[in-house]
Ligand binder design. Structure first.
Ligand code: R1P
Ligand code: URA
Length: 343
């Protein structure tokens, strides 16, 4: 770290760069595809317009952000590595650099619990978290506790899924017969090994985990490590602080995105209370909308693992489809962060 950091609560440099991704306002677009590997990010970036030259920043902490235009529209590709904590840095820090709506498609790999063949593309309708219960006594066994916890599922953005499905079908390469699968549930885990039910030399108490997941979660199909955390943060974002000015002219909306359950102020008039703030639901708050496309790399039923050649084909296909889907999603002008600076 070479720059002075100004604020311990949300650390940023004097010129507004966030601490881990290293980007600042104007360097990230409202439409984002996030991946886990640098090579996948670079491949997707080859589809961006050559001019203006895409902006690229590889942060000291290993996050890569590439922002350019796809058919004239600003788009970012962000490589975050693996796991929930990386998602947390990504969503919070990018959100801090953006105004308006944030559309996120995660494009990653997964393991599959059903009989879908490797190379299938799964667009989960929802995702839950499977986490290791650290209070369980893993060394000695523990009759009182469960070794793994399952969260409630959180839905994906249904418009984004359908747009993604259409984009995948319309960019399908000639001869590619891979399945595009909807209406399944994903589980994001906190380990590639223990909480995905893999048997290793550690005492993980996970031999019944996959059967348990299949029994308790209807439509469960895929296991990976990030999707849930994206959906969870998208659903729990509370919008821009009320003090922050709206982008361009504020727009009245037909309905709130985050409904306010506040009681009517007029019936509780009390001079000792501060004047009511403008109702949050008269101006539509920006949103975070998210979906995922997951390439089945590992079949956990047949034990088959995908070949590198098959991965290349899928990445080229999906890389273009995710960009097409992001472009096809409408973001009203007043909810777009105008691109500045180097982008
Ligand atoms: C594990 O090999 C990694 O692959 C999957 C998992 O979620 C985990 O991050 O995703 P990526 O292909 O995006 O890396
Ligand atoms: N990614 C995962 O997280 N699990 C798999 O089995 C394959 C890819």
């Amino acid at each position: 770290m070479k720059d002075t950091i100004l604020d311990a609560n949300f650390p940023k440099t004097a010129d507004g760069r966030v601490y881990h991704l290293g980007v600042k306002s104007g360097e990230v677009a409202n439409r984002i595809v996030t991946v886990g590997s640098i090579s996948r990010a670079k491949l997707i970036a080859t589809y961006l317009d050559a001019s203006p030259k895409p902006f690229s920043l590889y942060s000291e902490r290993g996050f890569l952000t590439i922002t350019g235009r796809y058919r004239g529209t600003p788009v970012s590709v962000v490589c975050i590595g693996m796991g929930g904590p990386s998602v947390d840095f990504f969503i919070r820090e990018v959100r801090e650099c953006l105004q308006g709506d944030m559309l996120v498609i995660r494009f990653g790999s997964c393991g599959c619990l059903t009989d879908l063949p490797v190379g299938s593309l799964v667009l989960p309708k929802a995702s839950l978290a499977v986490t290791r219960n650290l209070d369980f006594d893993f060394a000695n066994g523990d009759p009182w506790r469960v070794p793994y916890r399952l969260s409630k599922p959180i839905p994906a953005d249904s418009d984004l899924i359908l747009t993604l499905q259409r984009a995948l079908e319309s960019t399908r390469p000639v001869g590619a017969s891979g399945l595009v699968v909807l209406n399944t549930v994903n589980a994001s885990t906190d380990s590639f090994y223990s909480s995905q039910g893999r048997q290793t030399s550690f005492q993980d108490h996970n031999s019944g985990l996959i059967d348990n997941l299949k029994e308790t979660i209807q439509d469960i199909a895929t296991l990976e490590m990030e999707t849930y955390w994206i959906f969870h943060l998208a659903a729990s974002w509370r919008g821009l602080p009320s003090a922050e000015p709206a982008l361009n002219p504020p727009r009245l909306s037909a309905g709130p995105v985050f409904s306010s359950a506040a009681p009517s102020e007029s019936s509780h008039a009390d001079p000792s209370r501060p004047p009511p703030r403008p109702a949050k639901d008269t101006v539509q708050q920006p949103t975070i909308r998210a979906a995922a496309v997951q390439m089945v790399f590992a079949s956990r039923s047949s034990q088959e693992f995908i070949t590198p050649e098959h991965v290349s084909l899928l990445e080229a296909w999906c890389g273009q489809a995710v960009l097409d889907a992001l472009l096809a999603m409408d973001i009203p002008q007043d909810r777009l962060h105008l691109q500045e600076g180097s982008v």
